[in-house]
Design a protein around this ligand. Structure first.
Ligand SMILES: [Zn+2]
Length: 246
């Protein structure tokens, strides 16, 4: 995906990369043109030409902030989806972008698909002035964060929270409150943030999803996620409500 300048603009592809364009939003029907424009380019080698460089989406946020991250994340999710949905999952014929809306329809069986979005809950659980932080083996070594999990078919968000926290940490919670949400284009999640209060049970990790968990007061924290993420916003919110009270 090619970004330009302050990352806010996603331009047409510069001439030296044009022979390597695989597909581009500029070739999509009119109704798709309100999306941030993007082109998928096969650079073919780790070294990109001239003044270009590889950067990942998190680096877009670090350099240029929320708006650029949102635009690049939107473009990335559509680009990645169109790359992965070229053939019908029902009959294997070609899929084509629709002129009526941002969907794809099958040229043979009229199967209709839309971009995938995977909702996940992320929950800051408090107990007596401390917050629950846990280490997941997929995180960087020594990094701790709050609990998160994907919503499963048939579940309400409340049910997901109840199930995930019980499964991963062995406890029950109450007073669940909505905090805020964040698009998380890695590759197509929507993070739904909540706060909750410990109700009963003692911490017990399953050793698979989580290898360690504990209750931490402000000032006692291990390494926590960088400010980009809603997990960090929830942790910062906890700190702002509890600093000076311990
Ligand atoms: Zn089909």
């Amino acid at each position: 995906m090619v970004l330009e300048g302050l990352g806010i603009s996603l331009p047409s592809v510069p001439p030296e990369l044009q022979p390597r364009v695989i597909r581009s939003s500029l070739g999509l029907p009119e109704v798709w043109q309100d999306l941030p424009p993007w082109s998928e380019v096969d650079v073919g080698e780790p070294d990109v030409p001239g003044a270009f460089e590889w950067i990942d989406l998190r680096e877009v946020w670090r350099r240029w902030g929320d708006e650029a991250f949102a635009r690049a994340g939107t473009a990335y999710q559509y680009m990645n989806w169109l790359r992965n949905a070229r053939y019908c999952s029902r009959c294997a014929a070609h899929m084509s972008p629709r002129a009526e809306d941002k969907g794809l329809s099958c040229s043979s069986c009229e199967n209709l698909v839309y971009p995938p979005l995977h909702p996940a809950v992320i929950v800051a659980v408090e107990r007596e002035g401390k917050i629950l932080l846990a280490h997941n083996p997929r995180m960087p070594a020594k990094r701790y964060s709050i609990l998160a999990g994907f919503v499963e078919p048939g579940e309400s968000l409340e049910r997901t929270i109840e199930r995930e926290i019980k499964e991963e940490a062995g406890i029950e919670v109450e007073e669940v409150r909505y905090f805020g949400s964040q698009s998380w284009p890695f590759p197509c999640s929507l993070m739904l943030g909540f706060t909750a209060r410990w109700k009963s049970g003692e911490l017990h990790t399953d050793g698979v999803e989580l290898s360690d968990a504990g209750w931490f007061a402000p000032g006692e924290f291990p390494d926590i996620p960088p400010p980009l993420s809603i997990s960090r916003k929830l942790i910062d919110d906890f700190v702002s409500r509890h600093s000076g009270k311990n």
